[in-house]
Ligand binder design. Structure first.
Ligand code: NDP
Length: 255
């Protein structure tokens, strides 16, 4: 009965922003579960290093460099990947950026850069993938949201706004695509040590606050996001739709 619930053999997954950090860890996890993974980012050299790192562990990966903020580039990339490799069954919308500063100092260019990457990019790539998934009647879209989809913190107005948008976009796309065989869900990570959070990891005061604020009492490790991603990519979640799964050491469960 349970055989195959978490098996991704024969599935193909595109992960945006997977040349490092969370995206790369998720790519490794999906590959270990049997999927063929396609790595994405803007920098071809970083992508090649990530591909080589997976290959060193015996995990094959393909690469597709494009900028998620460009709708036409996303559409061209999906067409190219499907022509070269075959159908994309799983999309992980992970590419994201932040700039931490007081709201009063946020210039229009910074606001737009963050919203374009974290929200427009999720929509454009989802749209390009879902054009094909809905036609086939099958697909899994996993958006990487954040605890900041719900909780704000000083210095994060554009980022928190973008991640709140990802939460509602996940629900809106579920509303339209669920009946056509596509599941659209989100993972909301708490605080994980990556390049994105390096200034916070190096801030002893922040780390002490985080340990007090998080029931688990520590930073997350990127591998700890893999289980949620495999679940949302696999047949086990076929009737789960429009949901946001928190992987946050308990942070959003407590005041
Ligand atoms: P990193 O900064 O380590 O990695 C970001 C990745 O996204 C890189 O591979 C980068 O490659 C790529 N990227 C950035 N902009 C674009 C773009 N326009 N088009 C394509 N690729 C792009 O970040 P994390 O791994 O920490 O974060 C990954 C996701 O997880 C983000 O959405 C983030 O908001 C979210 N998240 C992270 C948390 C954490 O604690 N780390 C907590 C909650 C959510 P390149 O620059 O070469 O394009």
């Amino acid at each position: 009965m349970t055989a195959g619930l978490f098996d991704l053999t024969g599935r193909r997954a595109l992960l945006t922003g997977s040349s490092q950090g969370i995206g790369l860890a998720l790519a490794r996890g999906l590959a270990e579960a049997g999927a063929q993974v396609v790595l994405n980012g803007r920098d071809p050299a970083k992508l090649e290093a990530a591909r080589a790192g997976l290959a060193a562990s015996g995990l094959a990966a393909e690469v597709a460099a494009f900028d998620v903020t460009e709708a036409a580039a996303a559409e061209a990339a999906l067409a190219e990947i499907e022509a070269r490799l075959g159908p994309v069954d799983i999309l992980v919308n992970n590419a994201g950026i932040t700039r931490r500063m007081p709201a009063l100092d946020v210039l229009p260019a910074v606001w737009h850069e963050i919203l374009r990457t974290n929200l427009d990019g999720v929509f454009f790539v989802a749209q390009a993938a879902a054009r094909r998934m809905t036609a086939r009647g099958r697909g899994k879209i996993i958006n990487i949201a954040s605890v900041q989809s719900d909780l704000a913190r000083p210095g994060t107005a554009p980022y928190a706004t973008s991640k709140g948008g990802v939460r509602m976009l996940t629900r809106a796309l579920c509303a339209e695509w669920a009946a056509r065989g596509v599941q659209v869900n989100a993972i909301a990570p708490g605080y994980f040590a990556t390049e994105l959070t390096r200034p916070l990891v190096e801030d002893a005061e922040f780390t002490a606050w985080l340990a007090r604020r998080t029931p688990a009492g520590r930073w997350g490790r990127v591998e700890e996001l893999v289980g949620a991603c495999v679940f949302l990519a696999a047949p086990a979640s076929d009737f789960v739709n429009g949901q946001m799964l928190y992987v946050d050491g308990g942070m959003t469960a407590v005041v």
